[in-house]
Unconditional design. Structure first.
Length: 206
C-alpha cells in the first residue's frame, strides 16, 4: 500500500505573502524573499576527466530527477562542468523538458546544464525541490531564443523566491525526498512486474 508519513504539506507563499498556505507543524516564522544567488552558488569549474562519469540530458528521466541507466562506466574525455555529490544539475536548454538531477556522486555534466551548490544559508535538498516548483519554473521558462530556448541566468538569478528558515528547509527537503524514494520503489516493482509479464508471454505463446 502506498503510504507517506505526513504532518502537513506546504505551499510557497502566494501574492506577496510571507507565510505559506500550509506548512509543517512547529513552524510559524515568516518566509523571507531571497534572490537565487543568495542561496546557491553557480559552479563553473570545467573538467575533461576520463575517470568520472558523464551525465547528459539523455541519461535523465524528464521531470523525475533520476537516471535511466547506469552511467558509472560512461567514461570519456569530453569536457563539461564538474559537479560534486549534492550539487544540483538543472538543464537550462529547453527548460520545459525538466531535466534536473540531485546526484549522490561526483561527475561531469555535459551540455547545457547549470550546476548549483547550496550555500551555508540553505539546504541542498530544499534548493533541489525549489527548482522544481512552479515559481522557479515560471521564471526559468521565460527563455531567450526560439529554436533552442535557454533559461536566462540574469533573469533567474535576480528573481526573489520565498525561503523559510534552515530548519524548515530541512523538513521540506526530507519530505520530498521521502516521496521520491517511494516513487522509485514503486517504479522498480513495476519494472519487475513488466519483465515478469514479458517472460510469461514469451513462454506461453512460443
Amino acid at each position: 500500500m502506498f503510504r507517506v508519513q505526513l504532518a502537513c504539506t506546504f505551499y510557497s507563499p502566494q501574492n506577496g505573502s510571507k507565510f505559506p498556505q500550509l506548512r509543517f507543524a512547529g513552524f510559524a516564522d515568516a518566509w523571507e524573499q531571497r534572490k537565487l544567488t543568495e542561496i546557491v552558488n553557480r559552479v563553473n569549474k570545467s573538467s575533461n576527466s576520463d575517470v568520472l562519469p558523464k551525465v547528459e540530458f539523455e541519461d535523465i528521466v524528464s521531470g523525475e530527477g533520476r537516471l535511466n541507466k547506469d552511467i558509472s562506466s560512461k567514461l570519456d574525455s569530453r569536457k563539461g562542468t564538474l559537479f560534486e555529490s549534492e550539487n544540483i544539475l538543472y538543464g537550462k536548454l529547453r527548460p520545459y523538458l525538466k531535466n534536473w538531477l540531485f546526484p549522490d556522486f561526483e561527475g561531469v555534466a555535459l551540455g547545457d546544464f547549470w550546476v548549483f551548490e547550496a550555500t551555508d544559508v540553505s539546504v541542498p535538498s530544499f534548493d533541489y525541490y525549489l527548482i522544481q516548483s512552479d515559481d522557479y519554473q515560471k521564471v526559468a521558462n521565460d527563455t531567450s531564443g526560439t529554436k533552442m530556448p535557454r533559461s536566462d541566468w540574469k533573469n533567474v538569478s535576480s528573481t526573489d523566491f520565498a525561503i523559510p528558515s534552515k530548519d524548515e528547509q530541512k523538513q521540506i527537503g526530507a519530505f520530498f525526498k521521502q516521496l521520491d524514494d517511494t516513487i522509485t520503489l514503486h517504479q522498480r516493482k513495476l519494472k519487475k512486474l513488466q519483465e515478469l509479464k514479458k517472460g510469461y508471454l514469451q513462454k506461453m505463446f512460443c
